[in-house]
Design a protein around this ligand. Structure first.
Ligand code: ADP
Ligand code: ZN
Length: 742
């Protein structure tokens, strides 16, 4: 007997049943990372194509799924295959390029293709809306009349003689939609989503020299349809948006479409207005807070190619734009681009991937680029464009740093607002201008700091501030789980006074400000307020309208707020974000001060920003006050490299959770051992397992591991982790390129 015969060799040419039925492979909305094959019953065959949604039987229930392939054969014997239950769409909702991006994302972020597609194509999209938008407008187009024209066709043209009319008017005049459709085919009328106005297309300004320099290679790239990312590094108000507009204009002129990602749609009404003013109704807005009909209508306008420019938050990276020619990511450093539940994708990074797949340039804009992007620009992976001056020569806002250690010594008490901040706020209020106070305080974080020297207690191995737990009187590193007693006596750094517990939230500041300025109307904006029922837009609108004189808020107010009457901005404690237990804390602090300062003096009057800190010498604070991003970035990159944090390596966060703490802890420890057993060099370090900072949430205990590795190392780690069997009652959540480490 030859050796080969020991193996059960596959039949080289399996006999196929002559009447093999039509099959589909679907991505079902279940967390199982594989496709499933179904039979197509004869009555559904005509409706099935790649990209339609279907209902399929799945373990005794019916689930939604996307048809992604039409296989010829099946591994499972055909007689065992179940039939599709229903076909939901008349047109493929999923376009090939979106499917390609989804496949990439599913692989990279370790989600099932069905879950990614469910995030990419929201349910509320429904089917294509029937007929046309009833609120549309109709206009006559110039051109000779054909010899023969129906009576009602002629009547319709007469109705339009004096200019565009809402469709409802024509309906009232007895003109049915099919008559208009015929006239549209003949090229005699057009139908629009909104009133066509002459003033709609705004006159663009003359470009500055800097803008032209940035645009020249980009326009060429658009013309040639070459992929590649450009980092547009430009201070706030330097004219980045104008660069986006010009690049989009060129893209449209080639008959292609564009996607513009913004961090948060609700806070960018001015930006939206500018896009609408420039491009009119070819602009569509897609976001998840849109009401059913609006969302469905906008989505289909994009799908059908009626709208060619999409603006939206991270989910807009999945927009069904056909013939994509450009992607813009505004404020590319923003954390809102990372989705914090499954699939945990980063839309900025997916934008770069989609651009590569579509041969479309990608433009990433920021005044404070993420260090990952900055490094990519420095190493030549991205092109770097700079806008260092504001058009018209407007000055960057003045930033003044107050050393709170000195302040407290001088006023002999622990004041929240320094004398300088009170003085500047008072001046603004007297001039009937507005004051914005910022405190980025997350409820669960308290940390220990020296009043005299500003020293913050940090973990020796992770360089991350330790979190103080009143219960048990311990300080804990939420990365490596090192526990220690807080130093009882003197500051370990300057041997001065004992460390004090720090942190005052927005609520307390609101109260103190009310006491200092009893006349002023003081408002607050943070997630508590929003949970209380008022939306961020409502609070901001009251502030903009002058109903509020002072607004105290968390980072929500730092994003894109544009209230020209704000002339005084105060950062209550820049140390709060520096002390966050996260290796990105310096970067966040820099971004925050730069962004907050950008809120001051947007109008004609110059503004001042007061930054209060116990660490006035900290390089992130000093660099931000002087508007020196590059100096900050060089110094920060040295520290990142020393500790192998991104961008010098990748991170993978592994969260294990379940109802039984011992089981969760044991499994986390087991995964840690699995990672440590990987071949030398694959993984640079494994931090943890540690109880996650929110150690008990929704009746589940949570433990986490943080893996530092090269890109290849992350792949190896993922493969090793996924090969491990998951015990009952334990969940394992993998977060590739995590943003928040808590
Ligand atoms: P950014 O997006 O960098 O914050 P914007 O594009 O919004 O900057 O520009 C800031 C301001 O400068 C806007 O009011 C804009 O209209 C104006 N602006 C932009 N480019 C020019 C230009 N070339 N000439 C004159 N004004 C300009
Ligand atoms: Zn540590």
């Amino acid at each position: 007997m030859s050796e080969l015969q020991l193996f059960d060799l596959p039949d080289p040419d399996p006999p196929e049943p002559a009447d093999l039925p039509p099959l589909v492979s679907v991505a079902a909305e279940v967390p199982v990372p594989r496709l499933f094959t179904y039979r197509v019953p004869p009555e559904l065959e005509a409706k099935v194509e790649v990209g339609v949604r279907v209902r399929v039987p799945f373990h005794g229930r019916t689930v939604s799924a996307f048809v992604v392939e039409r296989p010829e054969t099946s591994e499972v014997p055909v007689r065992k295959l179940k039939p599709l239950s229903a076909v939901l769409d008349e047109v493929a909702v999923l376009k090939p390029d979106v499917l390609e991006l989804a496949r990439w994302a599913a692989q990279y972020y370790r989600a099932s293709l069905g879950e990614v597609l469910a995030a990419a194509i929201p349910k509320s999209v429904g089917g294509a809306p029937r007929g046309r938008d009833p609120a549309r407008w109709v206009a006559r187009l110039p051109g000779p009349l054909p010899k023969r024209l129906g009576k009602r066709q002629f009547a319709a043209l007469e109705e339009l003689e004096q200019g565009a009319r809402p469709y409802t008017d024509l309906r009232a005049a007895g003109i049915p939609p099919h008559v208009l459709a015929r006239l549209e085919e003949l090229g005699l009328v057009t139908q629009h989503a909104s009133a066509p106005g002459d003033d709609e297309v705004a006159q663009p300004p003359e470009l500055t020299g800097e803008q032209r320099l940035v645009l020249a290679p980009l326009l060429k790239q658009i013309d040639e349809g070459r992929s590649g990312a450009t980092l547009l590094f430009g201070v706030t108000g330097s004219g980045k948006t104008e660069v986006y507009l010009r690049a989009i204009e060129r893209t449209l002129s080639l008959g292609k479409g564009a996607i513009v990602l913004v961090p948060e749609i609700s806070l960018t009404p001015q930006t939206l207005a500018r896009f609408r003013a420039r491009f009119g109704e070819t602009v569509a807005i897609l976001h998840s807070q849109q009401k059913g009909y609006d969302r469905r209508k906008e989505w289909w306008r994009v799908h059908q190619g009626e709208a060619r420019v999409v603006i939206g938050p991270r989910s807009a990276v999945w927009s069904p734009v056909s013939d994509l020619g450009l992607i813009v990511v505004d404020e590319e450093h923003e954390n809102t681009y990372k989705q914090e539940n499954n699939p945990r994708y980063n839309a900025r990074d997916l934008a770069v991937v989609r651009g590569q797949q579509a041969l479309a340039p990608v433009l990433l804009g920021s005044a404070t680029p993420a260090l990952e992007s900055w490094r990519n620009a420095r190493t030549g992976r991205y092109r770097l464009g700079r806008l260092m001056k504001r058009p018209g020569g407007a000055k960057l806002p003045r930033v003044r740093i107050v050393d709170m250690g000195r302040e407290w010594a001088e006023v002999k008490r622990a004041s929240l607002l320094s004398r300088l901040l009170v003085r500047e706020a008072k001046l603004s209020l007297e001039r009937k201008e507005r004051v914005l106070l910022f405190q980025n305080r997350r409820g669960y974080t308290t940390y220990l700091q020296c009043k005299a020297c500003g020293f913050v207690l940090k973990c020796k191995t992770c360089d991350i501030s330790l979190t103080y737990h009143k219960r048990g009187e311990v300080v804990v590193c939420h990365f490596c789980d090192a526990h220690q007693r807080p130093p009882q006596d003197n500051c370990p750094d300057c041997l001065g006074p004992p460390l004090s517990q720090r942190g005052a939230g927005t609520e307390r500041i609101e109260q103190v400000v009310g006491q200092i300025f009893p006349e002023a109307a003081v408002g607050r904006l943070d997630t508590d307020v929003i949970r209380g029922g008022e939306t961020a837009e409502e609070v901001l609108a009251r502030f903009a309208a002058g109903e509020l004189d002072v607004l105290v808020g968390t980072q929500i107010v730092a994003k894109g707020l544009h209230v020209p009457a704000v002339t005084c901005v105060g950062v209550i404690s820049a140390d709060g974000s520096l002390a966050l237990p996260d290796f990105r804390s310096s970067e966040r602090t820099f971004q925050l001060i730069a962004q907050v300062a950008g809120r001051a003096g947007r109008g004609t009057r110059a503004g001042v920003t007061v930054v209060q800190t116990f660490t006035p010498e900290h390089f992130a604070i000093k660099a931000a006050a002087e508007h020196r991003y590059e100096a900050f970035a060089s110094e920060e990159l040295v520290q990142r490299e020393a500790l192998a944090y991104p961008p010098f390596g990748r991170l993978l966060k592994v969260l294990v959770r379940g109802p039984h703490e011992e089981q969760v802890a044991a499994y986390a420890a087991h995964l840690c051992a699995v990672l440590e057993a990987l071949p030398e060099g694959a993984v640079t370090g494994v931090l943890g397992p540690a109880a996650s900072p929110r150690a008990y949430l929704a009746n589940k205990f949570r433990y986490q591991l943080l893996v530092k590795a090269s890109a290849g190392g992350v792949r190896a780690a993922l493969a090793a982790l996924e090969a491990e069997k998951l015990p009952a009652h334990v969940e394992r959540i993998l977060d590739v390129d995590p943003f928040h480490l808590l």
